[in-house]
Write a protein that binds this ligand. Structure first.
Ligand code: COA
Ligand code: AMP
Length: 629
């Protein structure tokens, strides 16, 4: 099957195309309906199909003869542990954990929050939820208690699963006190908290509420997977929107299984038995699609890494893992490769390892800058591909489809639309733009299977955020253009979302925190270029008249506030004082202009600007910022 043929069919007859792809999934009941449209413009895929995602990831693979094949390889340079779980072993662990969850009162449709570091039990917890039809929501460990509390109140979990601690380089981060604090802040309380005690730091358990994971598990009995409807939710993944309230992206079982099996094979070129490494964290969408569900449902071995690209113990860590486990392909964020390059610019660590198993590297999460792309390709001698997707889509929107003949890759671009995605560019009025014209990147409806069709408990917000801006299209929030051969170039977000180390964060949320400081009259938080992390937040602050606070004290206060409310992952540590901010005559801060000034890009002062002289002041304050090369 060629890329061009597949792509054309997926756009002209999506129902026929996806009905065929759905054959790759072992449904309990095959769907007879492939695609239906709801009155509000959203779509339903495989509505009458029935399946179980955990069964597909584990039991099915054993039925196909992969019981003794490594399913998950846990490699933890921070603890020195390396452990292999075959499909049979993983299935046994998951089935018992699912039994425990059920024993603790978790049933189909119930929420379960997982706030854990990169230990295999986190993946087991996800799969155990999937097995009994519970809806998991993994919260990244770098989020503060307040963010966890927001998610607890939104997902209303029956159970919360955590670990006593995580490890960041050589530092132990206690998770349990954060959970305790979050539960003090949250209105909703789960019935129980299941705590995995790690030897690096044991947690205090609260009698009556907290349970020791291992002790509770020892008394549990294995349970079988339950049949679920294709549209039943598999998980909620919270992501930053433009406001302080995170958006609960809902992933359905049916579409997710079909899309991930398609993507692993045709986008990433993986076959059963191959070794795949999704370098991320289970707290992000990549962890769901490319560490747990995608590779396991495809019969691959997934590498589960609890470490960093550098300093665990050195900048050759990734190359060591590739050699040791004969990794065939991987996913990684550009920021990690920039960190490695900084410490090992000549690629000595690469040369010291045998990368002969590795076919290619896929990068995403933020733009792959051409310098990092060229360096990575040169030191590894492998094909390096940029590709683009979002939490909402759950799988790649644009990518070279290495599993399809005739699919080209073009450095500098995020590559062409993957079959299923009709990617277009529109102007502010929603009019289609031609090749090489820059505008808002949108996807013509229907979105393919796997893409979120709603937000947890807030369908109107889904419609408003994604479908109402440009009727007939899904609004990605990214700007860019397509060239005349259909290659897509992502230029960045068009909203107040920034990307720090491949982590998506809301500047609006940070602004709210900065604005609450008693010395601050008003502020704007924008993303500015960072050599390693891609972007980091910078606050431009106007002090109240007569306010005498020193800039250094203000910085300490604001950094503390953001770390406390959002978490260390925001990397908020830059504040500049300005006399005023550029605004429209109606008083709206011109953040898009501020972003352009910070990036050193040309801009046209908007005609609505109240006082053009303010721009020169801002340019002077931001003149020393590092700029993207
Ligand atoms: N649990 C608790 N804290 C965490 C955490 C986690 N899972 N992940 C990050 N943090 C904390 C860090 O300890 C750090 O805290 P500090 O400010 O007190 O030191 C802060 O969040 C920022 O961490 P990070 O962004 O990881 O920066 P770093 O300087 O510690 O490390 C890199 C730099 C490049 C090594 C690191 O950012 C990295 O590995 N990036 C790759 C990210 C990635 O794979 N993204 C893929 C998303 S799909
Ligand atoms: P997340 O939902 O956290 O995965 O973030 C998705 C956002 O990251 C996208 O909307 C883009 O802004 C950005 N992004 C992801 N991949 C790329 C890429 N390859 N190039 C440019 N931006 C990207």
């Amino acid at each position: 099957m060629t890329y061009h043929h597949s792509y054309a069919q997926s756009i002209t007859d999506p129902a026929a195309f996806w009905a065929e792809q759905a054959q790759a999934v072992a449904w309990y009941r095959k769907p007879t309906q492939t695609l239906e449209q709801n009155a509000d413009g959203t779509h339903r895929w495989f509505a009458d199909g029935s399946l179980n995602s955990c069964y597909l990831a584990l039991d099915r693979q054993i039925e196909l003869g992969r019981g003794e094949q490594p399913a998950l390889i846990y490699d933890s340079p921070v603890t020195g542990v390396q452990q292999v779980f075959t499909y049979s072993q993983l299935c046994e662990e998951v089935a018992r954990l699912a039994g425990l969850l059920r024993q603790l009162g978790v049933g189909k449709g119930d929420g379960v929050i997982i706030y854990m570091p990169m230990v295999p039990q986190a993946a087991m917890a996800m799969l155990a939820c999937a097995r009994i039809g519970a809806v998991h929501s993994v919260v990244f460990g770098g989020f503060a208690a307040n963010e966890l509390a927001l998610r607890i109140d939104d997902a209303r979990p029956t159970l919360l699963l955590t670990a006593s601690c995580g490890l960041e380089f050589d530092r132990v981060i206690e998770y349990k006190p954060l959970v305790d604090r979050a539960l003090q802040l949250a209105r909703h309380q789960p019935r129980k908290v299941l705590v995995l005690q790690r030897p690096q730091k044991l947690a205090q358990l609260q009698a009556g509420r907290d349970l020791d994971w291992q002790a509770a598990l020892s008394a549990a009995e294995a349970v079988a997977p339950v049949a679920l409807g294709a549209a039943d939710p598999l998980y909620i993944m919270y992501t930053s929107g433009t406001t302080g309230k995170p958006k609960g992206i809902v992933r359905e079982n049916g579409g997710n299984a079909v899309a991930l099996c398609y993507a692993m094979r045709h986008v990433y070129g993986m076959q059963a038995g191959d070794v795949w490494w999704g370098i991320s964290d289970v707290g992000w969408v990549v962890g769901h699609s490319l560490i747990v569900y995608g590779p396991l449902m495809s019969g691959c071995t997934t590498v589960f890494y609890e470490g960093k690209p550098i300093r665990t113990p050195d900048a050759a860590a990734y190359w060591r893992v590739i050699e040791q486990y004969r990794v065939n392909a991987l996913f990684c964020a550009p920021t990690a490769m920039r960190a490695i390059r900084k410490e090992d610019p000549d690629g000595a660590g690469v040369s010291a390892h045998d990368l002969s198993s590795l076919r290619q590297l896929f990068l995403a999460g933020e733009k792959l800058d051409s310098s990092t792309h060229a360096w990575l390709q040169a030191v590894t001698g492998k094909a390096v591909h940029d590709h683009w997707w979002q939490t909402e889509t759950g799988w790649p929107v644009t990518a070279p489809c290495v599993g399809l003949a005739g699919s080209a890759a073009r450095p500098g671009s995020s590559n062409r639309a993957v079959p299923g995605y009709h990617v277009r560019v529109v102007d502010e009025q929603g009019q289609l733009l031609g090749p090489n014209q820059q505008g808002a990147i949108v996807i013509a409806l229907p979105l393919p299977p796997g893409c979120s069709q709603t937000l947890w408990g807030d369908h109107p917000r889904y419609l408003q955020a994604y479908l109402q801006t440009y009727p007939g299209y899904y609004h990605t929030g990214d700007g860019g253009y397509l060239d005349d051969e259909g290659f897509v170039y992502i230029m960045g977000r068009t909203d107040d979302v920034i990307n720090v180390s491949g982590h998506r964060l809301s500047t609006g949320e940070m602004e709210d925190l900065v604005a609450c400081h008693p010395a601050v009259a008003e502020c704007a938080v924008i993303g500015v270029h960072d050599e390693i992390k891609g972007q980091v937040p910078l606050a431009l602050v106007v002090l109240k008249d007569g306010e005498q606070i020193a800039e250094a004290q203000l910085l300490v206060d604001l950094v503390g506030r953001v770390r406390e409310a959002i978490g260390p992952l925001a990397c908020f540590n830059r504040v500049r004082l300005v006399k005023r901010l550029p605004k429209t005559r109606s008083g709206k801060i011109l953040r898009a202009v501020l972003r352009k000034i910070a990036d050193g890009q040309a801009y046209v002062p908007p005609s609505t600007l109240d006082d053009p002289a303010v721009l020169a002041e801002i340019e002077a304050v931001l003149a020393d910022l590092p700029r993207a090369g």
